[in-house]
Design a protein around this ligand. Sequence first.
Ligand code: SF4
Ligand code: SF4
Length: 185
Amino acid sequence: MWKYFKEIITGFWSLCVGMWIVLIHAFRRPVTVQYPYQTAKIPARYRGHIQLKFDPATGKPKCIVCMACQRACPSACIELDGVKPEGATRKELTRYQLNFTTCSLCGLCVESCNFDALEFSREYNLANRDKETYRKMDLLTYRPTHSVAAADKRWSDQVDAGNAKSHALTGAATKTESTGKEQQP
Ligand code: SF4
Ligand code: SF4
């Protein structure tokens, strides 16, 4: 008999604890966002695919085609070419191709570059049905953002635009709902 009542009391206590936790979380701010209208803040140490850094004065890549990044890459993701113009003291980059489908984002290429010519992008939204797009990424032309600072600025603008759109949609939905209710007999 005592065992029977003990099970009832224990079950009721478990129910109360569960409801208490639900109650606490019901009044906390949600950690999810309304993607794609809203975007979560990307951590400072986030690693997107690698991208080239460009000299703001000349607009040209900082890369001097030393090949250190290519040699450092354990997955053989990087192919690059360069030429040395007549009278120049250093090579100029003519092709920098990344196979992002096999890149492990290990960072060895970025660390091996002694010329501050490589960095991780902030690109997070690379969903695509075509794998080939990422098998031969031409980083000389395919550069969604020229700098991490620019990427963060773009992210910030996107979030603002997304939030505005989300609020507009929410407002429109509310208006439609209320209009629909009014039209009901
Ligand atoms: S992050 Fe690693 S795997 Fe990716 S390209 Fe650089 S060295 Fe290669
Ligand atoms: S290590 Fe840097 S400078 Fe050398 S080829 Fe790679 S990106 Fe260019």
